[in-house]
Design a protein around this ligand. Structure first.
Ligand SMILES: [Zn+2]
Length: 467
C-alpha cells in the first residue's frame, strides 16, 4: 500500500517534471523560432555632405546613374524633403544622426560665443545624449561601426568583438572592404597590428564615409583620399561631386552583393542618410556689409559706435566691454550675439532691419532666437542667425574665392539632404514627400529593430515608411 502510494508520487512527480520541462522547452523553442524568423539586420550608412540634388543630377540622363541606390529605392522609400538641423556642420549633425536628439539635447553646436565667459568656444565630439549604438548594445544587439566616429566608445570600441569600432580611413571603397570582412567573419585591423574577428554578424552596422564632403568643399584637402587640385568653376565642382557619388554607388553595389552572397540581404534593412548638403560660394566676403548694417542699427538705437562695437570673433577669441555685437561664423552663416542687456524693442528693431535688408544682394534670410529654438537648436547658437545668399559668404578673409563649397547655412543646398530607407522593415517603391528631419531617423531605425530608442531621442518614428 505504502509502496504503491510512493510509486504514485514518483509517477506523478515524473509526469509533472516531464510536462513542466516540456512547457519550458516548448516555450524556449517557440521563442527561439520567433527570434530566428524575425531576426533582421540593419545597415546604417552616412555619406557626409550628400546633398539631395546630387542624386537627381546623377540620374538625370547626363550621367551613368546610381543603380545600387536605385535598387534600394525600388525596394524601399525615397524621401524627397529630408532636412538636416542647425548648425548643418558635421559633428553636430553626426551627433543628431546617431542619437535622434536635437542639437539642443546633444549639446554639440560647434562654434559659439559663450556670453558667460565672454569667449568663442567650439565643441568637438561632445554629445550628452544616448547613442543608438549604446541603446542597441544595452538591449543585447551586436553592433559594428566602420568609422562612424560618433559611436566610438559610445556603444562600440576597438576592444569589443561584438560591439566593434574600426577606423580604416581612406575612401568609401576601403570602408566597404572592411565592412565586407566584418560581414564574412574575416579579421579586421583595429589599432596598430591588432586584428579582431567580429563575433557573428552585426545586428546593426554603421558605415561612415566623407568622400562627398572632401570633393564638395573643393579646397586643398587636409583629410580624405581626394587629392586632385581644386576645380576652378562651380560646374566643374558639381561634376566631380556627381562622379564621386557614382563611384560610391558602385561600392555600395559590392556591399549589397555580399549581403546576397551570405544570404541575409532579404533580412536586412538599410538607411542611407547625410549630415548636410553643400553650398557653393565665391568672390569676396560680405562680412563687412553685414557689420555695417548692424552698426547702423546700434547707432539708430542710440549707441555710440566705433570699430569695437560690432566685431567678428574667431575661435578662442575673447570679447571686451566695448563689443556690443559679436559675430561668429564658420564661413557661411553668421551667428549674432547681442552683448548687452538689451530690450525686446531693441531686439525686434535689429531683426526687422536685417529682414528688410533681405532684398540686399547678400542676405539669404534671418532666423530669430525663437525660430532657432523651434528647429531644435541650442540656446547658445545665437540671438539671431543670418545666412548669406549664395554665392555670398561671411568669411573673415580677404580672399577672392573661385569655387569652394561650405555647408553652415540655412540655404536649401545645405539643408536638403538625401535620405532613403529600404529593405526588410520598410515599404517598397514608395516616395515620401512630407518633411522629415534627421532626428527622426534613429527613432525609426529603433522601431524597425524592435528596440527601445535611445533615451534622449527627440525625433518621431516615420511610421509611413515602415512595413
Ligand atoms: Zn559633414
Amino acid at each position: 500500500m505504502k509502496k504503491t502510494y510512493s510509486n504514485k508520487i514518483l509517477f506523478y512527480s515524473l509526469l509533472f517534471v516531464f510536462i513542466f520541462s516540456n512547457v519550458i522547452c516548448y516555450g524556449a523553442l517557440t521563442k527561439g523560432q520567433i527570434e530566428s524568423e524575425e531576426k533582421g539586420y540593419f545597415i546604417y550608412i552616412i555619406w557626409d555632405a550628400f546633398r539631395y540634388d546630387y542624386y537627381e543630377w546623377a540620374n538625370s540622363g547626363q550621367y551613368p546613374g546610381t543603380p545600387a541606390l536605385n535598387e534600394l529605392i525600388e525596394n524601399g522609400v525615397l524621401f524627397t524633403d529630408a532636412s538636416t538641423g542647425i548648425p548643418s556642420i558635421t559633428n553636430p549633425m553626426q551627433a543628431v544622426l546617431v542619437t535622434g536628439a536635437y542639437p539642443r539635447t546633444t549639446g554639440n553646436i560647434y562654434r559659439y560665443f559663450d556670453k558667460e565667459d565672454q569667449i568663442v568656444k567650439q565643441t568637438r565630439r561632445d554629445n550628452s545624449a544616448e547613442t543608438l549604438a549604446e541603446a542597441a548594445s544595452k538591449q543585447g544587439l551586436k553592433v559594428a561601426s566602420v568609422q562612424q566616429f560618433m559611436v566610438q566608445d559610445r556603444g562600440t570600441s576597438y576592444e569589443d568583438p561584438s560591439h566593434l569600432y574600426i577606423q580604416p580611413s581612406g575612401s568609401f571603397q576601403k570602408r566597404v572592404d572592411e565592412s565586407i570582412k566584418i560581414l564574412k567573419g574575416q579579421p579586421v585591423v583595429t589599432q596598430g597590428d591588432t586584428e579582431v574577428v567580429f563575433e557573428g554578424i552585426p545586428d546593426i552596422m554603421f558605415i561612415y564615409s566623407d568622400d562627398l564632403d572632401t570633393v564638395g568643399h573643393n579646397e586643398k584637402p587636409s583629410y580624405g583620399y581626394y587629392d586632385s587640385i581644386p576645380a576652378d568653376r562651380e560646374e566643374e565642382r558639381i561634376e566631380r561631386c556627381v562622379e564621386v557619388l557614382i563611384q560610391m554607388d558602385s561600392e555600395l553595389a559590392r556591399l549589397i552583393d555580399t549581403l546576397k552572397e551570405i544570404g541575409i540581404y532579404e533580412k536586412t534593412s538599410f538607411v542611407i542618410a547625410a549630415d548636410h548638403g553643400m553650398t557653393p560660394y565665391s568672390g569676396t566676403s560680405s562680412l563687412n556689409d553685414l557689420i555695417e548694417i548692424l552698426e547702423n542699427c546700434l547707432e539708430a538705437l542710440g549707441h555710440r559706435v566705433n570699430n569695437d562695437t560690432v566685431v567678428f570673433l574667431a575661435k578662442d577669441q575673447a570679447a571686451n566691454e566695448a563689443n556690443k555685437i559679436v559675430i561668429v561664423s564658420v564661413g557661411l552663416q553668421a551667428q549674432i550675439y547681442l552683448n548687452w542687456d538689451f530690450t525686446q524693442e531693441e531686439y525686434d528693431f535689429i531683426v526687422n532691419e536685417l529682414k528688410s535688408s533681405l532684398y540686399s544682394e547678400f542676405i539669404g534670410g534671418v532666423l530669430t532666437f525663437d525660430e532657432l529654438q523651434a528647429r531644435g537648436s541650442h540656446p547658445k547658437t545665437g540671438d539671431m542667425l543670418v545666412w548669406p545668399k549664395p554665392p555670398h559668404h561671411f568669411k573673415d578673409s580677404k580672399t577672392n574665392y573661385k569655387a569652394p563649397g561650405g555647408h553652415d547655412t540655412i540655404d536649401e543646398s545645405s539643408q536638403h539632404v538625401f535620405l532613403l530607407m529600404s529593405g526588410a522593415g520598410f515599404k517598397k517603391g514608395t516616395t515620401i514627400n512630407k518633411k522629415v528631419y534627421n532626428w527622426d531617423i534613429v527613432p525609426t531605425i529603433s522601431k524597425v529593430l524592435k528596440i527601445e530608442p535611445p533615451e534622449n531621442a527627440d525625433g518621431k518614428v516615420v511610421i509611413e515608411a515602415i512595413q
